[in-house]
Design a protein around this ligand. Structure first.
Ligand code: ATP
Length: 513
């Protein structure tokens, strides 16, 4: 099946099974805003818990914070967002559609990559086992031609972005003959800067009101609380502050479902270190964060680091962790060495001293900062994309199954009476009453057992238990495993011990230590 179709199926599965709904669905939705349904909210909470615990429980020197979404407007002046949190946008006059100029050019670069990969795939098929990919890439005339065009475009694009040369960005779009995907024409406007922050007003009277912003990142809430936390927590460098919260960006192009939203959630941790040690910490956090992703068991080959060439104004090193989505490798998390930029800016704009007194060296200095920043929603999409599977079963049947890591699954155990009578429902309820304090259990008595299994497969429930007539006398039930579909008879009294370890977040956290 084409990857595009797989993605469409995942999106409709998310809606059909109560994971993600378009916002204000009964009014036909609101662009790039989504709501999480009864199963989605559980999965999302589990992702957040896995992240939070991996930061705050596993590191003695990382503490949490929950800062407000509204902040003093000067925060965004100091951070550079008022002046520089812009995307270059361009409109197509015929379709009236708006695009990010940088995205149009990056898509064009990706097209060259695709052409090269197609040549390689064709040759691999032709030559079979004897195929030497490295040699083919280095010598094949068509590959070399595409590669040269790609590299030249990339170089020109990087220079234009670094200089934020808007006229040059437009010229690249014209020279590359990039057309609007909707109208198919090259009738482009000039490229303009567009600030991504949402504005609103605080105060009740027009004269007294002042403009404030919905935060475009949670990080600034951490920086402006640096002194509060460091002093009241008596924190010594190196130490970190972790926060999960909503962020808002007026994205020009909202596409790919929950990959790019206008309201989304971030899990950010700012790690403050002594100047001069930041590169070592940057390296360590790259490793630690990659390990966190890979502990989910999605396969190392589906992740890669992408080092940034164009650094943001505050960074001296930056890297993304990318995951293989159905629409290609995409950023899920950013790791940035933000230097002392933010704390120094807030020092300058607030007039307060934000220095750290180092008791070991008797010096005062502004700490450097390493940031790890991951979008909850993008992580959710990663989990969904990797877990969704359509399987052919024996006897010609098919099943749709979400192979979610058990620790993240919304429901851990479904308990089903074989029939709705003879005391079996009561026995099933008894089991739930015992286990509900330890993990999320669901009761299901409607339809045949086969149908009930399929329903649980579709929401990723790792285990199902069936209560039958024998259960009333032998105290045993049938335990079914989602992935292997094997069934075994186990005593009811052993259920908690058998499952708890497998379905708890602790099972994931242990892999990190
Ligand atoms: P992109 O290049 O995709 O716009 P970014 O580099 O601007 O992302 P950061 O500012 O580094 O993103 O934000 C950190 C993380 O927040 C990203 O890795 C991503 O997971 C998440 N994120 C950023 N923007 C969005 C968005 N519009 N919708 C959902 N998640 C987002």
């Amino acid at each position: 099946m084409a990857q595009e179709d797989v993605f469409k199926k995942i999106v409709s599965h998310c809606k059909e099974y109560g994971f993600v709904f378009p916002s204000s669905d009964i009014y036909d939705g609101l662009g790039a805003v989504y709501d999480y349904g009864q199963n989605g909210v559980e999965l999302k909470n589990n992702i957040k818990q896995y992240w939070w615990q991996s930061m705050v429980l596993l590191h003695e020197n990382i503490v949490g914070l929950d800062s407000a979404i509204f902040m003093h407007p000067t925060v965004w002046k100091a951070s550079g967002h008022v002046d520089a949190f812009n995307d270059p946008l361009i409109d197509n006059r015929d379709s009236k559609k708006r695009y990010r100029a940088d995205v149009l050019i990056e898509d064009q670069i990706a097209k060259y990559d695709e052409k090269i990969n197609k040549e390689v795939a064709k040759a691999a098929k032709r030559f079979g086992e004897a195929f030497d990919e490295a040699q083919f890439r280095a010598t094949n005339a068509r590959v070399l031609e595409h590669q040269a065009k790609r590299d030249a475009l990339h170089e020109r694009y990087a220079q234009a972005m670094n200089a934020m040369d808007l006229a040059e960005l437009k010229q690249i779009i014209l020279d590359e003959e990039i057309v609007c995907p909707i109208s198919g024409t090259r009738n482009w406007t000039d490229v303009r800067q567009f600030n991504l922050m949402f504005k609103t007003e605080v105060g009740s009277t027009a004269e007294g009101a002042s403009t404030i912003y919905l935060r475009p990142e949670t990080a600034q809430g951490i920086f402006v609380n640096y002194l509060n936390v460091q002093k009241t927590g008596r924190m010594k460098l190196p130490f970190g502050i972790a926060q999960i919260g909503k962020a808002f960006r007026n994205e020009i192009v909202a596409r790919q479902f929950i990959f790019r939203m206008r309201e989304f959630e971030q899990m950010e941790m700012q790690f403050f270190v002594k100047p001069g040690t930041e590169m070592e910490w940057f390296r360590r956090w790259k490793e630690t964060r990659m390990k966190w992703h890979q502990a989910l068991g999605f396969g190392a080959e589906n992740y890669r680091f992408h080092d940034h060439e164009k650094l943001a104004h505050y960074a001296n090193a930056a890297c993304d962790i990318e995951f293989r989505m159905p629409f290609g490798f995409k950023e899920v998390e950013g790791i940035h060495s933000r230097t002392d930029f933010d704390l120094k800016q807030h020092e300058k704009y607030s007039g307060r001293s934000i220095k750290y007194f180092d008791p070991e060296t008797n010096e005062s200095y502004t700490p450097y900062d390493i940031e790890t920043s991951i979008g909850v929603d993008r992580m959710f999409l990663t989990v969904m994309c990797h877990s969704y599977a359509e399987e052919q079963l024996e006897g010609g049947e098919t099943r749709v199954v979400l192979r979610l890591p058990a620790a993240l699954a919304p429901v851990k155990l479904a308990v089903m009476p074989l029939v709705k009578k003879d005391g079996l429902p009561e026995k099933a309820r008894e089991i739930i009453d015992e286990l509900k304090f330890h993990f999320n259990c669901k009761y299901d008595e409607k339809d045949s057992i086969g149908k009930r299994y399929r329903r649980q497969d579709a929401i990723g429930t790792p285990y199902c238990v069936t209560v039958d007539h024998d259960s009333l006398t032998d105290g045993c039930v049938t335990l079914r495993d989602r992935d292997t579909m094997t069934q075994e008879r186990v005593p009811i009294s052993s259920l908690r011990g058998l499952l708890e370890d497998k379905v708890s977040i602790t099972s994931l956290l242990k892999k990190l230590c």
